[in-house]
Design a protein around this ligand. Sequence first.
Ligand code: AHR
Length: 514
Amino acid sequence: MRKARVLLDRDFSIGHTDHRLFGAFVEHLGRCVYGGIFEPGHPAADEKGFRKDVLALVKELGPTIIRYPGGNFVSGYNWEDGVGPLESRPSRLDLAWFSTERNNFGTNEFIDWCKAAEVEPMLAVNLGTRGGDAARKLIEYCNHAGGTTWSDLRRAHGWEKPHNIKLWCLGNEMDAPWQMEYKSAEAYGVAAREAAKMMRWVDPNVELAACGSSARNMPTFGHWEDTVLDHTFDHVDYISLHTYLNNYRHDTASFLASPDLMDRFIDEVVALADAAAAKRRSSKRMMLSFDEWNVWYRTRRPRADRVPEGWPAAPAILEEIYTMEDALAFGGACISLLNHADRVKVACLAQLVNVIAPIMTETGGGAWRQTIFFPFAHMSSLGRGRVLRTLVESETYDSCYYDPRGDQELTFPIPDVPYLKIAAVAGESGSLSLFMLNRDLKQEIAVTMEARSFGPLALAQAFELRHDDLQTTNTGNEPERVAPQPLEHVTIVGRRLQATLKPASWNVVRLLPN
Ligand code: AHR
């Protein structure tokens, strides 16, 4: 058995979790919208066509903000197509996913769905095939009270009150060749700045996120952020990051180490943002919007290999079936986000339903939780508060992560990976939540934790997520093969905890003042 020692102090914190750290993402992609959150005629659909079984699972998952409508989709989207009477909405070819978009669901339906799901909306504007002009009209349509063409159009469409959408993304992955009309950093920086200016002139209360690199492995990473921030620093509040973890090589130890590269990516983007501030002698601190993150590789294909025939509407694409092992890497990513709560203020799990998602549905049938559902739900329900610094003594292993880019495979050494990855969050009620990943595939870890400056603590909740077969998945027929179980070996004496974590396990412990 391995041993690990953790020391924390109630007074030493990293930062507060923003409520938007627990976000997710709905794109017009595959069956995320149609057959996912929206399926008129389904036995569980309400009068608006929103699936109530899915809404119930969304509430249990606990996302706080949802990004919409893309993703790659947004870079070819005409928002006007998705508003107004259904019978006059056009069908369009969606070049992002080689599908037909019938526009039966659009901005207003999304806002209604957000109300039903009790989440905040976060909209992306199209800076690919369109630009600042379409963006300013959209924001006028959504957020202006009335008395102008666009705001009165919203009212005529049946939404009398403005939507007051606060957070907006200035395009999506604009550095990426797979994006419709991707741009050089210089061209995007100028386009984003001009869109931002106009959007704020329409509504000074909005918060704006500029596109950072679509992945750490992009050849332009670093230079892209520098140039984009040169143009947008004074006009935006966030710079974005995206990461999809993979296990192409079927190397589980390396896969479980890979969330540590998210830590590195965040630290690097913080350094780039603070360098932009330093150049301006500015005290402004640019915050980070990690607005796409997840595990994704089995259904990920180069664009040339994924042309579906016949331009189907809502095809079943990117329906990644998550394993136990994926839930562990995913849990590691949750810990990485929590441990950067000082700078990562927005994060969106990509995506929400069916498409690389924690929730799966059958069109016309049931809905269930994938393995990755649980770490997210734990993080959202128990991870709010002040994230504490943890001093961790754990044995380590050396690892190497492999990330494909086009025909190449990039290699990222990750030395000194601690077997125990942990985040600790102090809640308002004097609670202390611990999120712990045991990355050792064979051995248990005996963890000893001392919570300095806390009074005596008592155990409130303790779960583990594990399975003897790391390739196990949940299915419509067997939806609970992977589900949290009580964590048995936990003892608390005063403010000291001892817990035994099984090999390859995700563990959550919540303590309350005794
Ligand atoms: O989430 C799936 C896709 O991944 C998104 O559309 C895009 O932004 C990213 O490349």
